[in-house]
Design a protein around this ligand. Sequence first.
Ligand code: TRP
Length: 568
Amino acid sequence: MAKREVWNSKTAFVLAAIGSAIGLGNIWRFPYVTFENGGGAFLVAYFVCLFIAGIPLLMLEFSIGHMTKQAAPGAFAKLRPKMQWFGWFAVGVGFVIVTYYAIIMSWSVNYTWEAATLGWQDNMGQYANVEYALETTELEDMAVLTPVPERFWGTEFTDPVDESLYSIQSTGTFLVAWEGNLYAISSLGNADTFMSSPGDFFFNDFLGLTSEPWDMGTFRWPLLIGFIITWVWIVASVWKGTKTVSKVVFYTVFIPWGLLILFIIRGVTLPGAEAGISYYLTPVWSKLLNADIWLAAISQVFFSLSVGFAIMIAYGSFLPKKTNIAGFAIVIGIADALTAFCGGLAVFSALGYQATKMGVHITEVAQSGPGLAFVAYPHIISNLPGARIFGVLFFLMLLTLAVDSAFSLLEAATASVKDKWKLSHKKANLIVGGLCFLLGLPMLTGSGLYILDIADHFMNSFGLTIVVLVETIMIGWVIGAEKQRDYISDNSSFRIGQWWSICIRWLIPIGIIWMLFTEISARETPYGSFGLRSQEFLFGWLIMILLPIVSDLLANAKGKGKFPENIE
Ligand code: TRP
């Protein structure tokens, strides 16, 4: 068998791992999780979790890969032959994540186009009566409530919120100037709804979101185009393994960093930005007593650093003999955290600007989750001079950020399949990529966002955490944390202290067990912005049950070549 491929250079490895870590998690997930968990206090919790859990786990996963020279399934099989299934389980968790991650990427592909044409404003303005706009008030480009001049009383109009016909009253009708258009709105309540939900285009026109998860609505053909482009791009990026990856990461790490700097500068120089930044950076210390913050912080750290996905094990297995495991882990962990921090800065300053212009509190501008990147942010930038350019660059930034996270998982899965069945790299790529593509198709329907949301929730709360829990127990207690610590130190430019073993044996597993309990009990109540209920969680639990079954089947399938089970 050919020698295992290795990275062209140290830089290639570090960039590839950084590329995998930095992704949508840094630009939309991090800001909104921070936002929901009280700004500054969350930042503190996040950095604590980074040092206690994130970086030690990176060292752990790199060292497992380096030591066994195998992707996750082979690596676990080498440690304990019975544990092969668990390696597949880790691959499976990443596999589920990449199927919906690619969906978010495909939205970004479509939105790059929408940004160029300002398409997301299409459904705005249809209620506007240009006559009013010209004759009534001096319009600002932001929401302003004005009384209606007398000569318009009695005129009919359609309220953009409830879409029914009203006639203008002396009082009780409001004119709202929004993004250069004027809307007549029938009540103050509707005016509020209107201004705080600019998500119409995204949810209705773009996603065609149905009113409940069991209703699939229609298949969104335009989304398919973005989806195909996304998958071709992902598969092409890993076409020749580490060779292609080494080249691609160079662009996909530096381009988004450059763009991010641009957005920070644009953001912080906007009037009103301070409002957002101070919300972001001022810790309310008492909030640190709240368990939720810590749970949110630790799962964000796992997701963002790509630990618990089998990815870093595969990447570690491509490391040359002489290497610097601990040093790399620290550099990668810090680079990822700083990028998230900067992403937060860009987003929060823009939110501050919007809040100040609308004269509302910052909590009323932002929508969490996908809404932040696809609703609030687009609307803010479409008010800036050069809206199209900023819009296009923003989505290009998201895409270049996301693509190396996505292909890192493909690499991990492909390497596992290759190790076991000795397929050619290209074949393995097509099989894995093709499967993810097919599984993603249902998410292009009107209930796609619900499916995505549930999968995301279950994989983050249960998938990643279970993988990490088993890893820490296996290395910390079965194999021996001290033994592994020696291995890491021997393969690093400095020795790591005993703190590492304490984190792996005690802090991380205890933290996770506590977190799992909290999560399971919290699932009795509806969750998320859609108020998803228990029936819908069946789908989530189904994935959680299927994963180990499939993993076991894969582990027992007959392999070929140098896979551990065949040598032993
Ligand atoms: N770390 C990535 C982020 O912050 C997320 C991620 C990790 C991911 N592994 C992945 C996404 C595998 C898709 C597939 O965005």
